[in-house]
Design a binder for this molecule. Structure first.
Ligand code: PGA
Length: 248
């Protein structure tokens, strides 16, 4: 069986002080849980949060990583910089990066390959826009994002996919349980096609987009959904803890 994984995506929120306070509040609330718990924090908060999560079951994640080892890439962050602080997960290709910062399927692929080569776990985000859904293009968009984004990967088992329909992110409009389950089922079918049916059964696929303490149970009860990537609701310890404890 696939172990559920609940990851918070703080986006551009919190400071070191408020982030550490959030982690301190969170730690006792998520201590005895069955799923993997991750917080993906802004790069500059990584040293502080790395200290704060020490000795707990909360794992540390970043929100982006460059594929080059080092060099003249102003504003980017390298694998060594992340690994020095114990970062284990990296979100790649979030729709906000695709929309506002020119991320493409090709750069998603380069970053994903680099994260794997450096021994960390990529959380690769895919998902359609509202317009694409209305036009019936959801499956075509997911197919393209997966075949280009995951090209050349030899450790697909280690990759986590996050299905995040852009129209559900930060809008309060969650995909229904069955919409999310259906899209994630399609993603698994596509992975089976690109890799193998056996491997596809092992890959963990999260849902993301206005997932919260109220709708998490229904989403997590779906057969294809193995976890959540949580934005807004990861910024309050009590809310995030409820999602992490979805099975209680
Ligand atoms: P949201 O964000 O939960 O605030 O909709 C999810 C995400 O973008 O990862």
């Amino acid at each position: 069986m696939r172990k559920p994984i609940i990851a918070g995506n703080w986006k551009m929120n919190n400071t070191a002080a408020s982030g550490v306070a959030l982690i301190e509040e969170l730690k006792p609330l998520v201590r005895n849980v069955f799923c993997d718990v991750v917080v993906c924090v802004p790069a500059i908060l990584i040293p502080a949060i790395s200290e704060a999560v020490k000795g707990s079951n909360i794992k540390l994640g970043a929100q982006n990583m460059h594929w080059a080892k080092k060099g003249a890439y102003t504003g980017e962050i390298s694998a060594d910089m992340l690994k020095e602080y114990g970062v284990e997960y990296v979100i790649i290709g979030h729709s906000e990066r695709r929309t506002y910062f020119g991320e493409t399927d090709e750069t998603v692929n380069k970053r994903t390959l680099a994260v794997l080569a450096e021994g960390m776990t990529p959380i690769v985000c895919v998902g359609e826009t509202l317009e694409q859904r209305i036009n019936g293009e959801t499956e075509a968009v997911l197919s393209r994002q997966l075949s280009l984004g995951l090209a050349g990967i030899d450790r697909i088992k280690k990759v986590i996919i996050a299905y995040e329909p852009a129209w559900a992110i930060g809008t309060g409009k969650t995909a229904t349980d069955s919409q999310a389950n259906q899209a994630i089922g399609f993603i698994r079918k596509k992975i089976a096609e690109l890799f193998s049916p056996e491997l596809a059964e092992m890959v963990r696929i999260q849902y993301g987009g206005s997932m919260n303490s109220k709708n998490c149970k229904g989403l997590m009860a779906q057969s294809q959904i193995d976890g959540g990537l949580i934005g807004g609701a990861s910024l309050k310890a009590a809310d995030f803890a409820k999602i992490v404890n979805f099975d209680k």
